[in-house]
Design a protein around this ligand. Structure first.
Ligand code: SAM
Length: 310
């Protein structure tokens, strides 16, 4: 426990898929003039240095976001992602000038631009002592008062107390929940499933987004199917998107390589990951159908590369 540090992986292809999807979700959900609660059950440190030791050691951002920033594209979602990264780098869009990478809490914070006026809320959980300290310090700089809450607690447990979210003055309740564990321990897969099952009982109309690694491990392989079943049992819609950059060049065994990857020792160990969305906006499939082929073109490393959206 606690050997995983997201700093090694910040801005890699898995973050690109996850964060681009998060941006697409937030663009849609913030169009309405009613408060939105965003809950990030596994928040990480919030901000990452791409010119620091962790990023240099793994080289993953170089094959992910930094490579994407070098491309010119007409794709709206990719360009919104690029513009958001630029906000954290004095407006600079150039790959070589990009030193700071925002994690999911800061992507959400940037897009919940009306945190005060509209009573939007951001609720963050992070268990790792150092990453929690960094996250709390980074959030402190925002001076966002009670609209942003950071807790050093188990996000799976913390989620239960936060849903359903409070009613707005018009009586509506809206929340986006991102569940993005490190899957450092095998039980995380089961915990994700239980969290979704419980959440759908407490608040069936919430939008739930789950990231998972695509590795040759039974628990990982079965997760999207199990989440889809939970969604359909609750009568809810489901979307599953994957990005595979291919060409790892590594013989991935079921456990060892991914564990090594997660601690930052093997930078090319993970070649694919997926996002499962319950109650996705009706626009999300079309958005990802347009953006993902471009991500494959820009980030693809060879054999096995591709995407799916279904
Ligand atoms: N969501 C972040 C982002 O996209 O920028 C990255 C999160 S990282 C993949 C997973 C994080 O969850 C790690 O920082 C880890 O320390 C933390 N963590 C692990 N188990 C946890 C738990 N049960 N509750 C809260 N945080 C946990």
């Amino acid at each position: 426990m606690f050997s995983y540090r997201h700093g090694f992986h910040a801005g890699n292809h898995a973050d690109v898929l996850k964060h681009m999807t998060l941006i697409a979700l937030l663009h849609y959900l913030t169009q309405k003039e009613t408060p939105l609660t965003v809950i990030d059950t596994h928040a990480g440190a919030g901000l990452y240095r791409l010119d620091g030791d962790y990023a240099h050691q793994s080289g993953e951002a170089g094959e992910g976001i930094l490579r994407l920033l070098k491309q010119k594209t007409e794709n709206e979602t990719i360009n919104a992602y690029r513009a958001l990264i630029a906000q954290f780098n004095s407006g600079n869009l150039l790959s070589q000038d990009t030193k700071v990478y925002p994690g999911s809490p800061f992507i959400a914070q940037a897009l919940l631009h009306n945190l005060d006026r509209m009573n939007d809320r951001l609720r963050l959980f992070e268990l790792h002592p150092s990453d929690h300290r960094f996250l709390a310090g980074n959030v402190e700089q925002l001076r966002a008062n009670r609209q942003v809450m950071v807790k050093r607690e188990d996000g799976f447990e913390g989620l239960k107390a936060l849903i359903p979210p409070p009613k707005s003055s018009t009586g509506s309740r809206r929340a986006l929940v991102l569940i993005d564990p490190s899957y450092e321990i095998k039980s995380d897969y089961q915990k994700v499933e239980w969290a979704i099952e419980d959440a759908l009982k407490r608040f069936a109309t919430g939008c739930y987004a789950v990231w998972y690694p695509i590795i040759p491990r039974q628990e990982a392989h079965g997760l999207p199917r199990r989440l889809k079943t939970l969604a359909s049992q609750a009568g809810k819609t489901f979307l599953h998107a994957t990005l595979n950059v291919g060409g790892t060049g590594l013989d991935m065994d079921a456990v060892g390589t991914f564990a090594a990857h997660r601690t930052g020792n093997v930078s090319r160990g993970l070649s694919a990951s997926g996002m499962c969305i319950i109650n996705p906006p009706h626009t999300l499939k079309a958005t990802l159908d347009k953006a993902l082929p471009e991500l494959v073109r820009y980030l693809g490393r060879g054999k096995g590369q591709g995407f799916t959206v279904d």
